[in-house]
Design a protein around this ligand. Structure first.
Ligand code: ADP
Length: 162
């Protein structure tokens, strides 16, 4: 059984994340989308909301599940008996940080490999941060996120802004 963890803030999940998840399902028997608590990033959606949004978008993918974690990623990977961690790479700008993270995770646990995946080219400009900014300004984000995420963004940022 080949298991991979796809960790991230997913605040919220975008079509770029979904593209990476779909690619991962072709390589692994089990893909766990692991939503990081990441309180320090002051997320727009709570951990429970982010988990629920991911859950609503992976229904159609039989070998994908969603979970949350707090603390060291490599320890979480070990707990799930995962062989690898997937991270998405969009542009060179992602590389420096991701490279550092991957090498540090390897230092912490030699057994867990980091695999980088590139999304479809149309999603390379997409980030949760940009999607939130567009939604906040009243822009249409339907091309960038699944329907349930779009509805959640509108409810949080347009209909009932904090
Ligand atoms: P984090 O706070 O851990 O960076 P994110 O939710 O922003 O969490 O991203 C999770 C992972 O998905 C990261 O590896 C990030 O580079 C990747 N990612 C984010 N957006 C995209 C995208 N549009 N295409 C491919 N990978 C992406």
């Amino acid at each position: 059984m080949r298991t991979v963890i796809y960790p991230g803030s997913f605040d919220p999940l975008t079509n770029g994340h979904l593209d990476v998840i779909q690619r991962a399902t072709k390589l692994f028997d089990r893909v766990i989308v692991a939503v990081a608590k990441n309180e320090s990033k002051s997320p727009l959606f709570t951990l429970a909301e982010r988990v629920e949004l991911v859950g609503s978008c992976i229904d159609h993918l039989p070998n994908v599940e969603v979970d949350s974690f707090d603390g060291l990623l490599v320890e979480y990977a070990e707990k799930c008996s995962a062989q690898a961690i997937i991270r998405g790479l969009r542009a060179v700008s992602d590389f420096e940080f991701e490279f550092q993270l991957a090498l540090m995770n390897r230092k912490l646990n030699e057994r867990v490999e980091t695999i980088f995946m590139m999304p479809k080219d149309t999603y390379t400009f997409l980030s949760s941060r940009i999607v939130k900014e567009i939604a906040r300004l009243g822009g249409d984000v339907s091309a960038f996120v699944p329907k349930t995420v779009q509805q959640a963004l509108i409810a949080r940022l347009v209909e009932a802004p904090a």
